[in-house]
Write a protein that binds this ligand. Sequence first.
Ligand code: TXA
Ligand code: MG
Length: 330
Amino acid sequence: MNVGLTTPILPAGEAAAAAAALCLTEGGLVAFPTETVYGLGADAANPAAIARLYQAKGRPAFNPLIAHVSDIEAGMRIARFDPRAIALAKAFWPGPLTLVLPKTNDCAVADLATAGLDTIAIRVPAHRVARAILRAFGGPVVAPSANLSGHVSPTTAAHVQSDLAGRIDLIIDGGPVTVGVESTIVGCFDAPVLLRPGGVPRGEIERVLGRKLLQPPEDADADGVQPLAPGMLASHYAPRTPLRLNAGQVAAGEALLAFGPASVPGVDAATIVMNLSAQGDLNEAAANLFGYLRALDTRGARAIAVMPVPHQGLGEAINDRLRRAAVGRQ
Ligand code: TXA
Ligand code: MG
């Protein structure tokens, strides 16, 4: 393994997929693009590699990981799919949906990756680079977002390098991601639960299920209860600069994260303005969200004022990440 002060970056391609697969086989940690955000992959069946992964991210080991597989058949070797899960997989895989399902009895994924739960989170990514790596490796790959625990997720290889250089073995650069927020997580329990809003809008999932998704208990982590999706810890996606949400005006010394064509009073006093989508397109806004938060966070602003973002479509996931980014830093 090759952990130095920097981590080599390979441009995506056949050679990079082979190098990534070899590195995974040897127990290494490889960052690669998915359509949602960059992931940090490890062999899902190798507990030592998974232990290194938690350490590299500084992530608590009670927060379980998503197993990435190349297709639904590979998923069925590690989890039990009921008819609803099959319907969701058929509708949205490959793509930005993660299903939490009961593990099979002979599930090859290490217990450390699932934090000892009897359920497992699975997804089939759509990104061609992620798919090439999964094919070349041939088994499930656990991959959290490739950022230090508590930082916003990386949407470029440079973001990965700035968080994890020297802590991981290899970075595959496939350019900026297209979706920009993490996958939607649905718990396929007695009643299906929306564990995390994400890249597939809630409404599309509800249409396939023919019913509403339940909400997880609000703030389940507030009094030490293990949350259903532990990554929902209140301040999971936080920049260092405080965020001020639903801003109707900008104060002197603040940075502005804008949305849409309208302006707000005080905009001339802003230290910097970045617009998630001047046209008000929520997909474009999701793709820009984490990169813009990282950029604004380096400007020494006293706060980042964030204009309101509508709650439809990907707006639910955007507002979820903004709310988490604002918690605990105010
Ligand atoms: O888009 C994504 O999902 C990205 C890319 C890399 O695939 N991955 C990602 O992983 O966001 P991570 O580790 O940052 O978030 C995974 C979430 C965490 O909130 C974790 O608690 C939850 O999935 N999770 C994993 N296994 C679970 C389980 N068995 N039950 C409930 N939640 C689970
Ligand atoms: Mg994450």
